[in-house]
Design a protein around this ligand. Structure first.
Ligand code: GDP
Ligand code: MN
Length: 389
């Protein structure tokens, strides 16, 4: 789960990381009121959307009057911000964050990420932070420093100091910087985050260090033990198909193809998606209905798949062990009764109670295309899409 910049900053501040003064606004008027509250003579208006690259897309504006803050906010509200990191349709702006402007001397990069290859948390830092960091990864990888954290020892003081030295900080800034690094890491670890990025971590003209931008993602499977974090979820920023499915306890990932998939088991789902590709088609989603799926669950899965208007055919592939083919078949028949299923449906059943399942489908008289093998099912789904377009 992702959160907004202002939420990530509040979390960092709670862990003792310095952030600029700021306030949230839901309207241009509220944005201009924030100026007096914050004080000073220059402010930055920042679109709160779950995507990076806002600066280059007009989502971060430096303003020198309350009027300018009002107008900058007004130009953002209701717009979809499309950045080079966002999906093509962009993200809706309905809140902005107003912050006192910082006089930046240097922009550093600091991130805590999971390196799945080495199964360790890594700290990535660079003396050349700011909006061009992504280019740096390919053009100048040596400008990025990686520090691996030993899970038993944690992020050690000497490692933090080494990073601070590598970032060319002044001797009097070393202690402050290492403290910021370790506090940020603590926020990441204590809250079961999967990613924390501070870019830029700014050195101000007065020599202090502040988190000017912050991004955080959390492990969905650990949210149950962080109620306060799970309350930060903002559905307006999520893929509507995925939040619909998540609400119903389905493991669903939206993709950009046109064959809707309903499969039991993640491994079989992956294999099925490969088969669809091999047959010349493109899956619209990954959906694992799980083990012991009841007819009601199958019905819910149908609704989730059909939420996606790109879906031109549905492929149901069930290899029943703990599942029962007859229950799945009942769910399919119920779905046809309750939902107006306009697209062709290809079903391949195997395993527990397969005869009963096939019998239920056969007796229903519904226009269901059945297949005996996965390869056959994939070819039929691809052919069905071809026939309907
Ligand atoms: P992002 O583009 O979504 O990563 O948004 P950021 O919050 O990182 O802002 C983009 C860029 O705007 C930063 O790298 C800074 O160069 C600039 N910026 C952000 N806040 C301030 C500020 O308070 N003062 C100044 N001078 N520049 C800022
Ligand atoms: Mn940034």
């Amino acid at each position: 789960m992702d959160i907004h910049e202002y939420q990530a900053k509040e979390i960092l501040a709670r862990f003792g990381v310095p952030i600029p003064r700021g306030g949230l606004a839901y309207s241009p008027e509220q944005a201009s009121y924030r100026c007096a509250e914050i004080g000073g003579s220059a402010w930055v208006v920042k679109a709160q959307v779950h995507t990076g690259g806002r600066g280059a897309a007009g989502g971060v504006r430096l303003c020198h009057s309350e009027r300018a803050v009002h107008d900058a906010a007004s130009s953002m509200f209701g717009r979809r911000l499309i950045t080079r990191q966002s999906a093509p349709q962009g993200k809706l702006i309905y809140r902005v964050y107003v912050e006192e402007a910082t006089d930046i001397a240097r922009e550093l990069y600091f991130a805590v990420v999971l390196d799945r290859r080495i199964e360790r948390v890594c700290i990535i830092t660079s003396a050349q932070g700011g909006v061009e960091i992504e280019d740096l990864v390919s053009t100048k990888p040596e400008a990025l420093l990686r520090t691996t954290i030993d899970p038993a020892a944690g992020f050690l003081e000497f490692q933090a100091r080494e990073i601070a030295f590598a970032l060319d900080l002044h001797p009097e800034q070393i202690a402050e910087a290492s403290q910021i690094f370790r506090r940020s890491y603590r926020a990441f670890r204590d809250l079961d985050a999967t990613m924390l990025e501070i870019n830029p971590l700014a050195v101000t003209s007065k020599g202090s260090i502040v988190a000017l931008d912050a991004k955080m993602s959390f492990d969905d499977n650990a949210l149950f033990r962080h109620r306060d974090i799970s309350e930060l979820r903002d559905r307006s920023q999520e893929d509507a198909r995925e939040s619909h499915a998540a609400d119903r306890g389905l493991a669903y990932v939206g993709l950009d193809g046109d064959i809707g998939c309903m499969i039991n088991g993640a491994g079989l789902a992956m294999a099925t998606m490969d088969m669809i590709k091999a047959a010349g088609g493109k899956p619209a989603n990954f959906l694992d209905i799980g083990g012991g799926a009841s007819p009601q669950r199958v019905l819910k899965a149908f609704r989730a798949v059909l939420q996606d208007t790109n879906v031109k055919a549905i492929l149901i592939n069930i290899f029943a062990g703990v599942n029962r083919c007859d229950w799945v078949a009942e769910g399919i028949v119920a779905a046809f009764k309750e939902i107006d299923v306009k697209v062709p449906v290809v079903v391949r059943l195997a395993g527990t109670h397969v005869e009963q399942g096939q019998q239920i489908l056969g007796a229903s008289g519904l226009p269901i295309i059945t297949a005996d093998t996965l390869a056959e099912a994939a070819h039929q789904a691809v052919a069905a899409v071809g026939a309907s377009t």
